[in-house]
Design a protein around this ligand. Sequence first.
Ligand SMILES: [Zn+2]
Length: 303
Amino acid sequence: MGLRPPCVIPRGLQTPRNRFRTALPGSKIIRMADSIKFRWLGTAGIELESNGERILIDPYLSRFPIQYNLFGRPVPNPGLVTRYLSPARAVLVSHAHFDHLADVPNVCREFGTVAYGSSNTCAILRAHDVPAEQVNPTRVGDAISLDPFEVRVFPGKHGRMAGLLPFAGKLPARLDPPLRLSDYRMDTIFSFHVRAAQTSCLIWNTPDTSAIPQADILFFCPLWGERIGAAVAEAAQVKVLVPVHWDDFFSSLDRPLHPMVVPPGWRSPWIRRMEPRAFARAVNTLLPEVRILIPEILKHNTM
Ligand SMILES: [Zn+2]
């Protein structure tokens, strides 16, 4: 679902170099060596592609039914990884919750992808027998070179539900996959700045703008609200804002996408679903110069 067709490179994002390349006459195929593509994978999942190389952020395709929140040990489905994803050289994990991490062991196994994440993330990957050389403990301030991607790691802040951080703290003494969803406990949460092909993307998981770097494209969760969304977009001087993590990730990929219910106590006391279009309109009222692109799930967007 989405309001717009897949975007072409917005005018404001065109550098003199890619502006020239897009304008080449008579070429049937114009390979823009400096283009960047992205796909939203549902939830907080993002695939970035540049020069034929890919990295993933928080891919989550298994979308376990909601009853597993309390009971059972769901098994991530490796078939979804091979069906919907392509080989990627790295996967960045913002934090260790299941909706960011549960499919990462299968991504690592299937594609030989190397993973970057917090101490809890790395422990969970090792518990799934991901080889040590594919598991990279990551800290705020790290700079990771994944040619052609240059990644910088920034702090994040997790939202609270009814005043509490969900599934947080020390991991259970025994991690015996398949895990309970409550075993995916977060410790640190990261934001990421990714530069490739003269375009920079910001996956900003906090309302804090004090150390925000400049970027062209911002991926942001509308749960923080339109005022914070606009403040983050303005502070980073972005040209495009892509709302993510607004869909109901308890609903499988073969069902129609619909927005998730706002966790109780997040921003208002009543139960309601998220409204990405209302978020887009409200941000645009505050910040008319920023383009809001509500992504279609799994669809390629060229920037
Ligand atoms: Zn989380």
